[in-house]
Design a binder for this molecule. Structure first.
Ligand code: NHR
Ligand code: GAR
Length: 213
């Protein structure tokens, strides 16, 4: 029985595509029950439809508050009874009640070496700070933005001529490796969150998670 997940997106969905590809190739024993976007024109919805995955669009602008949007989102997700919720470029901050409901069973991929550069515009901020190394983190989602337990990180060099776009491309290639890896660990029951710490194979991970490279 493959492992049921729901993926939330707002954009291109290349991380979604990596999960689809690995599940089709048999590397990842998951079933993507649904893909939900808050943006009607997210290309990830096309990717999902092409793969025969049910899609939903929930427009956050049609709700009077964040809580009302989150309540509708929760209902939409839970009708698919996923064991894991995967944020893959989902761009709406989630309310505390929502994150509590999915505590320990919701992951996010964030394009920085957390705890550095929480929030938006991470590639430009790393370049502007003169950093030589940048990267990406997969973490459990908690109420505090980008502050949940880190599971795995991958690093890349910031070269002399680097732009935010060129850096984003390098980071994306790493994302498509480490996100399916973290989902695989979770689906195999090897990964848990206990007291806001990530545990892999019964061993607590470092604050910065498992170092992929
Ligand atoms: N929600 C909670 N409670 N905790 C986290 O760790 C979350 C979260 C929601 C999304 C992804 C995140 C990221 O990886 C994520 C993690 C959106 C914003 C943001 O400022 C910040 C971080 C993340 C996602 N969003 C604006 C908002 O008002 C809207 C921006 C837009 O629509 O372009 O929600 O970086
Ligand atoms: C990814 O780079 C992901 O790390 C980032 O958005 C991109 C989504 O790409 N996430 C955030 O910035 C969350 N705030 P994708 O739609 O092609 O998977």
């Amino acid at each position: 029985m493959s492992f049921p997940i729901v993926v939330l997106i707002s954009g291109s969905g290349s991380n979604l595509q990596a999960l689809i590809d690995q599940s089709l190739s048999g590397d990842l024993d998951i079933e993507i029950k649904a893909v939900i976007s808050n943006k009607a024109d997210a290309y990830g919805l096309t990717r999902a439809k092409d793969a025969g995955i049910p899609t939903h669009h929930l427009n956050h602008k049609e709700f009077e508050s964040r809580e009302a949007f989150d309540a509708a989102l929760q209902t939409c997700i839970d009708q698919h009874q996923p064991k894991l919720v995967v944020l893959a470029g989902f761009m709406r901050i989630l309310s505390e009640g929502f994150t509590r409901h999915y505590q320990g069973r919701m992951l996010n991929i964030h394009p920085s070496l957390l705890p550095k550069y929480k929030g938006l515009n991470t590639h430009q901020r790393a370049i502007d700070a003169g950093d030589e190394i940048h990267g990406v983190s997969v973490h459990f989602v908690s109420a505090e933005l980008d502050a949940g337990a880190v599971i795995v990180q991958a690093k890349t060099d910031i070269d002399a001529e680097e732009t935010a776009d060129s850096l984003a491309r390098k980071v994306h290639n790493l994302e498509h490796i480490i996100y399916p890896l973290a989902v695989k660990w979770f689906s195999q029951d090897r990964l848990k969150e206990v007291n806001n710490k990530a545990i892999l194979d019964e061993n607590p991970l470092a604050e910065t998670g498992f170092a992929y490279n």
